[in-house]
Design a binder for this molecule. Structure first.
Ligand SMILES: Cc1cc2nc3c(=O)[nH]c(=O)nc-3n(C[C@H](O)[C@H](O)[C@H](O)COP(=O)(O)OP(=O)(O)OC[C@H]3O[C@@H](n4cnc5c(N)ncnc54)[C@H](O)[C@@H]3O)c2cc1C
Length: 435
C-alpha cells in the first residue's frame, strides 16, 4: 500500500499543474489517475494519420504569468491568428458571419439585420439592466432579433440545461458581451475584433498532448496511472483510497481534481447527496472526419472554428489543419448529449456527414478517409442559478475534512487551461492543508 501525505486525484491539467508546483517547492505528493494516459480533457487522439483534440485546445490568456509559463517550457508552438465564423442560414443560403455574433451583424441579410438592430435598440431603450438568468439576458439585454437569429438556438444546442436555469456568471465570465457603441458600430459595418485577447493564440506542435507530456515527464514517478478511484474511507489520521484494480493507498490530505460528483460518490457522506444532484454538466460526443490525400474541405476550410445555430446536429466544428501545419485535413464536430438521449454512434456519424454535405463543407462522402468518435463525460460544468450556494456548502464541508477541490471539474468551475493553471498555483501558494 502506497502512503503519502498529499494525494492528488486526477492527472489532467489541474493535477499536473498542482504536481509541478508542489515539486518546485520540494513538497512530496502522489497523483492517482484513472486512465492509462494523463491529460484528461487535454488529449490528442491519433486515428490513422490524423491527430485531433477533443474540440482542440488553443492557448491564450489575459494573464501574463500563464504566457510566461508557456514560453518557459521546452515546447514549440504554432502562433495562430484566430479565424472564427458563425454559420447563419437565411433565404436558403449560408451566410458566413464574424464571431462573436454581435461583430457580424452587418453581414446579415436585410430582414435579420433589421430584426436584430430594432430588437437591440428596444432592449436598450427599456433600460433593463438587471437580468434573472441567461435566457432573460438574451431576450431583454440583446433583444428578440439576436435571440432568434443566434443566441437562443445556439445556447439551446450546447447546454444540457434550460437556459433560464443558467446564471449570469456565464455571461460575465465567458460570453463577455460587447458594449453598446461596439454593437452599433458592428451593425453599421465598422469591423472590430471581439474578445481581442483571444485573437492570437498558441498551439503546441503535434497537439495539446505535447503540453501534457511536457508537464508529466518531470513528475512522472509521482503519477500513478490506471488508478480509477472507487472509494475513499476516512481513517483516524487521514484516508484510505481504494482503486478499481484492487490496490489501495493512504494519505492525510486529498486534493481532488476529478469531477465533483465522482468524488462525492466515492465518499461515505450521505448528507452530500442532495447537493450532488444539483451539479449539472454537459457530456459531449466528438466526431472526427479525416479526408483522403489531395481532398480539401469546402466552405469554412480556412477557419479554426465555426459555430452553428441551425438544424445541424453539431454546435461547433474545428478544422485541425489550421492549428498546426503538420496536421492533415480533419474536422471535429461537437454534439452535446441531452439528459435522456439515447445516442447511436453510427447514426451520429451519418448525420454529421450529411450535415457537412448540406452546408457545403464536405464536397462528397467519397472524400472521407476515416471517421472516429470519442465520448467525453463532464466536458462543461454548467453554471446553474443555485451553483454558488451548492459549491460553498460542498467546499466548506470537504475542506473541514482536509479534502480540497481544484480545477474545472474538481472545483466545478468553467475554467480554461490558464484558469486551471492559475487556480493550481494559487492553491499551492496558500497551501491550506494540514499535515
Ligand atoms: C470541448 C472543449 C474545448 C476546450 N477548449 C479549450 C481551449 O481552447 N483552451 C483552453 O485553455 N481550454 C479549453 N478547454 C478547457 C480545458 O480542457 C480544461 O480547462 C482543462 O483540461 C481542465 O483540466 P482539469 O485537470 O481541471 O480537468 P480534467 O481534464 O477533467 O481532469 C480530470 C482528471 O481526473 C481523472 N479522473 C476522473 N475520474 C477519476 C477517478 N475516479 N479516479 C482517478 N482519476 C479520475 C480524469 O481521467 C482526468 O484525467 C476546453 C474544454 C472542452 C471540453
Amino acid at each position: 500500500m502506497e502512503n503519502s501525505d498529499i494525494a492528488i486525484l486526477g492527472a489532467g491539467m489541474s493535477g499536473l499543474s498542482l504536481g509541478t508546483e508542489l515539486s518546485r517547492r520540494g513538497i512530496p505528493f502522489t497523483v492517482y489517475e484513472a486512465e492509462a494516459t494523463p491529460g484528461g480533457l487535454c488529449r490528442t487522439w491519433r486515428t490513422g494519420p490524423f491527430r485531433w483534440d477533443l474540440g482542440v485546445h488553443a492557448l491564450y490568456s489575459k494573464d501574463n504569468a500563464f504566457q510566461d509559463f508557456l514560453t518557459s517550457l521546452p515546447l514549440s508552438y504554432q502562433s495562430c491568428d484566430r479565424t472564427v465564423k458563425i454559420c447563419h442560414l437565411a433565404n436558403d443560403a449560408v451566410y458566413e458571419l464574424e464571431y462573436p455574433f454581435e461583430n457580424g451583424l452587418y453581414q446579415l441579410p436585410d430582414d435579420d439585420w433589421e430584426d436584430c438592430i430594432v430588437g437591440y435598440m428596444e432592449s436598450c431603450a427599456s433600460k433593463t439592466n438587471s437580468f434573472k438568468n441567461l435566457s432573460d439576458w438574451i431576450y431583454c439585454g440583446l433583444g428578440s432579433g439576436i435571440a432568434r437569429c443566434f443566441m437562443i438556438p445556439y445556447n439551446t444546442k450546447i447546454w444540457n440545461s434550460q437556459l433560464d436555469n443558467i446564471s449570469l456568471k456565464l455571461v460575465s465570465n465567458k460570453i463577455e458581451p460587447e458594449p453598446f457603441e461596439k454593437i452599433i458600430q458592428g451593425a453599421l459595418g465598422h469591423r472590430y475584433i471581439g474578445r481581442a485577447y483571444q485573437s492570437k493564440f498558441l498551439y503546441p506542435h503535434n497537439g495539446i498532448q505535447t503540453l501534457v507530456d511536457t508537464l508529466h515527464a518531470p513528475i512522472s514517478r509521482s503519477v500513478h496511472l490506471n488508478k480509477l478511484l472507487r472509494r475513499i474511507t476516512p481513517q483516524a489520521n487521514g484516508y484510505t483510497l481504494d482503486f478499481a484494480d484492487a490496490t489501495h493507498a493512504t494519505c492525510r490530505t486529498i486534493i481532488s481534481t476529478i469531477p465533483l460528483p465522482t468524488l462525492i460518490d466515492a465518499l461515505p457522506y450521505p448528507e452530500l447527496a442532495a447537493r450532488r444532484e444539483q451539479l449539472r454538466h454537459n457530456d459531449t460526443f466528438f466526431i472526427m472526419i479525416g479526408l483522403k490525400d489531395g481532398k480539401a474541405f469546402g466552405r469554412f476550410k480556412s477557419c479554426h472554428w465555426v459555430f452553428f445555430a441551425g438544424d445541424e446536429i453539431f454546435y461547433r466544428l474545428t478544422f485541425m489543419e489550421n492549428f498546426y501545419d503538420g496536421f492533415r485535413p480533419a474536422v471535429v464536430a461537437e454534439y452535446t448529449v441531452k439528459t435522456g438521449d439515447v445516442v447511436s454512434r453510427d447514426a451520429l456519424v451519418e448525420t454529421v456527414v450529411s450535415d457537412l454535405l448540406r452546408r457545403g463543407i464536405l464536397g462528397s462522402a467519397d472524400d472521407i478517409a476515416c471517421v472516429d468518435t470519442q465520448f467525453q463525460q463532464y466536458t462543461y460544468p454548467i453554471p446553474t442559478l443555485d451553483l454558488d450556494d451548492v459549491k460553498t456548502y460542498l467546499t466548506e464541508f470537504l475542506a473541514a475534512k482536509n479534502i480540497y477541490l481544484v480545477g474545472r471539474n474538481g472545483a466545478w468551475e468553467y475554467l480554461n487551461i490558464d484558469g486551471v493553471f492559475a487556480s493550481a498555483t494559487r492553491f499551492v501558494a496558500a497551501m491550506p492543508y494540514r499535515s
